[in-house]
Design a protein around this ligand. Structure first.
Ligand code: 5AD
Ligand code: SF4
Length: 350
């Protein structure tokens, strides 16, 4: 085993704040070292956030998007994408079904679709809140005033990933956009009292170990409540379509180090990892993850929310999927979170 790896792991076990170099050494772990890394991350998870795994239902309510992200199949320029948007009634009916099924958090996720006005989103949010669930919005970059409107309407959390901590890489994969503006959105959201979800992709073209370490350091610095880390998966109808997918092994190491350096953070076992590895959810849960976010959107639209190809999704009714996930969680000797699953960092009175 590498001396640098063992030294960094030792420092982690002593509870020291890991340096950039420590993080890089941990991310460089080989297969055997990775097992030690995952075991420690699993221990940190148990000590800090216990055995609960939180289930969140995702409603993908529109796949229209005004943005041009080079990695994403929903980008405005992809004319092969079949577009849909749910009506307000269908969004609410979907939410009601998921709430009845037992979900205590619903994530309203969409591309940046200007068809929905800020007032529409506020109205939908307040209606969904009445169903007795926590609401996460994931709808892209808007002004602070609009985030304020949605917060006032009852939104508890907002998911807006940094994608990459490297300014240059960011501008390459999100042309015309700046990381600084994304981070400003995150800062605004935090100041408005949202629980903040960030995250990044693993295996982007030109990404280095140094950048991966900085991804984690940036999330630590932003003091995020949630961090969704998943592999990049090329979509053929995008400018990055000819690149290769991110590695499952590196994604798991990123999850484990995220747990170690941000002990209280909510860490989903991402759908993208489950897409690349059939046991991706189990492997994530063993490496520090404590959230699973199944799709609860109406079946007939799911295939069209193709941010990348072959996105893992169950053909079963949502109550059946939920039962299967509960069995998966219990099979890992874990428990299913029964409460809202708020960020342990946020002292919310719900
Ligand atoms: N591979 C993996 N993840 C992707 N995302 C978008 N496109 C891809 C892709 N090709 C993720 C991004 C984004 C979210 C909508 O999905 O992290 O934040
Ligand atoms: Fe739109 Fe999000 Fe896809 Fe970018 S990643 S094109 S903002 S849906």
């Amino acid at each position: 085993m590498e001396k640098a790896f063992l030294r960094a792991l030792e420092r982690a076990k002593e509870g020291q704040e890991l340096t950039h170099q420590d993080i890089k050494s941990l991310l460089a772990a080989d297969e055997q070292e990775s097992q030690l890394l995952f075991a420690h991350a699993d221990w940190v998870r148990q000590q800090n956030v216990g055995s609960d795994v939180h289930l969140r239902g995702i409603i993908e309510f529109t796949n229209y998007c005004r943005q041009h992200c080079h990695y994403c199949g929903l980008r405005a320029d992809n004319t092969n994408a079949v577009r849909y948007r749910l009506s307000e009634d269908d969004i609410l009916a979907t939410a009601r079904l998921a709430a009845q099924c037992g979900y205590r958090t619903l994530v309203l996720q969409g591309g940046e679709d200007v068809h929905f006005s800020p007032e529409d989103i506020a109205r939908i949010t307040s209606e969904v809140k009445k169903m007795g669930v926590a609401v996460t919005l994931s709808f892209g970059e808007y002004s602070r005033d609009i985030y304020q409107l949605w917060r006032d309407a009852g939104a508890d959390r907002y998911l807006i990933k940094q994608e990459t901590a490297d300014e240059k890489l960011y501008q390459t994969i999100r042309p015309g956009k700046k990381l600084k503006d994304r981070l400003q959105c995150q800062q605004d959201l935090k100041e408005l009292g949202y629980q903040l979800g960030s995250g990044s992709m693993v295996g982007l073209p030109m990404q280095t170990l140094d950048i991966l370490a900085r991804d984690l350091e940036l999330m630590r610095q932003m003091d995020v409540d949630m961090s969704g880390i998943g592999p990049f998966i090329p979509h053929p109808d995008t400018p990055l379509g000819n690149y290769t997918s991110g590695s499952v092994a590196m994604t798991l190491k990123m999850i484990a180090v995220a747990r170690i350096i941000m002990p209280l953070v909510l860490l989903p076992a991402t759908t993208s990892l489950a897409t690349l590895a059939p046991n991706g959810r189990e492997l994530s849960l063993r490496a520090g993850a404590n959230v699973i976010m199944p799709n609860v959107s109406p079946q007939e639209f799911r295939a069209f929310y193709a941010i990348y190809p072959n996105k893992a999704s169950s053909p079963d009714p949502i109550n059946e999927t939920r039962r299967r996930l509960i069995a998966l969680i219990e099979g890992e000797n874990r428990t299913v979170g029964q409460d809202f699953g708020h960020s342990p960092k946020a002292q919310f009175q719900q």
